[in-house]
Design a protein around this ligand. Structure first.
Ligand code: GDP
Ligand code: MG
Length: 176
């Protein structure tokens, strides 16, 4: 069985969306990405089991697109979303909520339930000493805003990327 899955990757500019996708799909990190214009696509084919193949289509949406009518077009027929923020930049955490609301207002599963969405706190490799955001605050935020889960990740060092995506894919499969 082959299944197509459309995953949205959204969040404010420079939080590391393109880096996340590149790490997940190609297992690489580059420091010199061009700013995403519009939307970038990446395809990853996963041999999920002996009988099941998943064709994962990652939609990496430029952060500037927020609240424009274009997001509705990009969101169409998506199965799940990854909302990314930068752990070292609080404004992007606030941005994550705006993205979640934009998503939920424009997009739902065929049965009317919200799209499964995970929250990724990127750039955890940069954390040292004092945190701008307490874990309990992120935890509460996640629960109150209907994320199915969250984790700290580092696209740069490849921390928790694979695990986060596996969790998201499993929850999509559980719904179908
Ligand atoms: P986007 O605008 O959300 O697509 O962000 P990019 O992927 O273009 O990344 C923006 C900047 O953050 C780039 O300079 C990246 O090298 C850097 N960056 C992305 N992910 C990480 C990470 O996990 N750790 C660190 N230290 N830098 C990162
Ligand atoms: Mg980008």
């Amino acid at each position: 069985m082959e299944q197509l899955m459309k995953i949205l990757v959204i969040g404010d500019p420079t939080v590391g969306k393109t880096s996340f996708v590149h790490r997940y799909v190609n297992n690489m990190f580059q420091t010199d990405y061009k700013q995403t214009i519009g939307v970038d696509f990446a395809l990853k084919v996963i041999r999920w089991s002996d009988t099941q193949t998943i064709k994962l289509q990652m939609w990496d949406i430029a952060g500037q697109e927020r609240f424009t009518s274009m997001t509705r077009v990009y969101y169409r027929d998506a199965h799940a979303a990854v909302i990314v923020f930068d752990l070292t930049k609080r404004s992007t955490f606030d941005g994550a909520l705006k993205w979640k609301r934009d998503l939920d207002s424009k997009c739902a599963l065929p049965d009317g339930s919200p799209l499964p969405a995970i929250l990724l706190a990127n750039k955890c490799d940069l954390l040292s000493g004092e945190r701008q955001l307490q874990l309990s605050e992120i935890e509460t935020f996640c629960r109150e805003n209907g994320f199915i889960g969250w984790t700290e990740v580092s696209a740069k060092e490849g921390v928790m990327i694979e695990e986060a995506m596996r969790f998201l894919i499993e929850s999509v499969l559980a719904k179908t």
